[in-house]
Design a protein around this ligand. Structure first.
Ligand SMILES: C[S@@+](CC[C@H](N)C(=O)[O-])C[C@H]1O[C@@H](n2cnc3c(N)ncnc32)[C@H](O)[C@@H]1O
Length: 211
């Protein structure tokens, strides 16, 4: 699904209080004064998931990353309207994570309905490709977790294999996550559409495991 262009997004992003202009300046300090966990959502789209999570878990801190300008503009607006002190946006590419976080700084990484990039020549762009997994391993705490949800069975299978190859340990797996109610986990914008269409939601949780 192609994102429609939002003409005000570029200007909005320059002044949005929720947007962190230079995340590398906060490297190593994201958890200062934080009682709970530090979460990162990569590819947050319009930001509904992180926004709902921040309201649900006020002691945790949520950083959402989005590289598409229009989606990032919509997420920034949503975050500003929510005004939650524990919610911020990085308008940037998840490939740059290592510039923004120090080793072991993150507790949870969320990958929600990531672009599947079905063609082999684009496999490196998948957020569960080996290049990304290497970075996740570095910036995650030893007891850190990665939580993935998708509607795409091919991406899910690929991810199960790549996470195992990278040494992550599978903790939970479901091939129909929404068959039961999960009030602790909000629906993302994409997920809402798939659930309404009766499509199963695949979900897995990995812990970092030994290197
Ligand atoms: C299919 S959408 C899903 C959006 C949202 N997570 C949801 O479930 O509603 C995937 C989003 O990930 C973003 N994305 C893909 N690769 C990214 C990357 N390397 N860094 C940041 N965002 C990325 C895309 O721009 C897009 O907005």
């Amino acid at each position: 699904m192609r994102m429609r262009r939002i003409p005000w997004a570029a200007d909005y992003l320059t002044t949005s209080p929720s947007r962190i202009l230079d995340p590398s300046k906060l490297s190593g300090t994201w958890k200062d004064g934080l009682k709970g966990k530090l979460h990162l959502e990569i590819g947050c789209g319009k930001g509904g998931y992180s926004s709902a999570m921040a309201a649900m878990y006020p002691n945790d801190r949520f950083i959402a990353v989005e590289k598409n300008e229009s989606a990032a503009g919509l997420a920034a607006k949503k975050f500003d309207e929510a005004g939650a002190p524990n919610l911020s946006l990085i308008y940037g590419d998840g490939a740059d994570l290592s510039l923004w976080f120090t080793p072991g700084e993150l507790d949870v990484i969320h990958l929600n309905f990531s672009d599947p990039w079905p063609k082999k020549r684009n496999a490196k762009r998948r957020l569960s490709a080996p290049g990304f997994l290497k970075q996740y391993r570095t910036i995650l705490a030893d007891d850190g977790q990665i939580v993935m949800k998708t509607d795409n069975s091919a991406l899910f299978e690929y991810s199960l294999i790549e996470f195992q190859n990278a040494g992550f340990v599978l903790e939970e797996v479901s091939v129909d996550f929404r068959r039961e109610s999960h009030d602790e986990d909000p629906l993302t914008e994409y997920e809402e559409k798939f659930v309404q269409a009766g499509q199963p939601i695949y979900r897995a949780v990995w812990k970092k495991g030994q290197a």
